[in-house]
Design a protein around this ligand. Structure first.
Ligand code: SF4
Length: 354
């Protein structure tokens, strides 16, 4: 299996680089759809739910994309040539009842599908459909046993064991779908990273991606939260990496956290590659500005996604959005933007002198 995470995947899409040079708009390659904001867990660090983080500031917790609207979006994505769709939160995507049908329609239309989830509903028909059609499923976890899981998510004890059972059953299916874990490192769990990775490896998951909890809009404040645990976390990650073998990998994104806050660039080229559709039937710039006024590209409540995406209104917004002014917070696409801007800055007169 090749590399799963890379900032350089954009290099496969030369037409998008050309569109950026010309100031035109192409269909996004990848869309994150948030089918619902309803969630069966209540994680204390959930950026969409806590009040002190900008992310999710205008999120309405009961919002859900109506079934007809969802199928309109799906048909638009297929017609536009969108390559991949990830279902994510807001809420937990797997509580959205029509999802199995949605996944089947997308797969039949040639669109790759994946989902982020807490894993509680990764069972029955939902698990079968992702096992059959999914490219990957990533379960977000922040704990190492029933008590720590219940505490972090403010749910009754026993759920960690149930999610682990779901994972074990999923990995036993005859499937090419990659099952990964997104482990959010906090002060509470950092000393248990190795222990948790051992459990996940034993369950048959393919990889564990370790990222730091984002607890503040401001980079300095966020770094202050992580500073006391940074060294010990590094030791845990190094020990966990030693568990890696041909079928299990530990991926360290924890140590990239500090770089992702300050932006010196004045356009965000990655907006052409990935966009976000919220459970409020609105389109947002990215997952780091979802459900914020600043990140709103436009509503698709009374028009189709396709009509909106290729509108002059959207083109203008995509090209005038200024990260140096508007994105002083965590950005998962920061290294991708830097790489794309580097490519776009190459003087064509000198481009052949490789
Ligand atoms: S710079 Fe990052 S946070 Fe800002 S709009 Fe672009 S992808 Fe989103």
């Amino acid at each position: 299996m090749g590399t799963l995470y890379s900032s350089l995947k954009f290099l496969h899409f030369a037409d998008h680089l050309e569109a950026l040079r010309q100031g035109t708009v192409r269909a996004p390659i990848h869309i994150r759809i948030k089918p619902t904001n309803i969630c069966n867990h209540d994680c204390w660090y959930c950026a969409y739910r806590v009040d002190h983080l900008q992310l999710g500031e205008v999120m309405v917790e009961r919002d859900t994309i109506p079934r007809e609207k969802m199928f309109e979006i799906v048909d638009d994505c297929i017609a536009m040539g969108v390559k991949a769709i990830t279902f994510s939160g807001g809420g937990d995507p797997l509580v959205y009842k029509p999802l199995p049908e949605v996944v089947e329609r997308l797969a039949a239309g040639g669109v790759r599908v994946a989902t982020l989830t807490n894993g509680a509903n990764l069972k029955g028909r939902m698990a079968e459909v992702f096992a059959r059609h999914g490219t990957w499923v990533r379960i977000s976890i922040d704990a190492w046993d029933d008590a720590s899981y219940a505490h972090a998510r403010r749910i009754p004890e026993g759920e960690f064991s149930r999610v682990c059972a779901n994972m074990r059953a999923f990995t036993a299916l005859d499937s090419r779908c990659v099952l990964g874990i997104s482990f959010i490192v906090t002060r509470e769990n950092h000393a248990h990273i190795l222990e948790a990775c051992r459990i996940f490896k034993d369950l048959g998951v393919n990889h564990v991606k370790l990222s730091g909890a984002v607890v503040a809009n401001d980079g300095a404040e966020n770094n202050a939260y992580h500073r006391p645990i940074k060294a010990a976390t590094g030791d845990q990650i190094a020990a966990a990496k030693a568990l890696s073998d041909s079928r299990f990998t530990v991926i360290d994104h924890y140590h990239e956290l500090e770089e992702r806050f300050d932006k010196s660039y004045t356009t965000c080229p990655f907006l052409q590659y990935l966009t976000v559709i919220g459970a409020d039937s609105a389109v947002y710039t990215c997952q780091d500005k979802a459900y914020t006024q600043l990140g709103l590209l436009g509503s698709i409540r009374d028009r189709s996604f396709r009509e909106f995406w290729f509108s002059e209104e959207n083109r203008h917004r995509l090209y005038t959005f200024n990260p140096a002014e508007n994105c002083h917070h965590h950005c998962v696409s920061h290294s991708k933007n830097l790489a794309i801007l580097d490519v776009l800055a190459i003087d064509p007169e000198h481009g052949n002198f490789v």
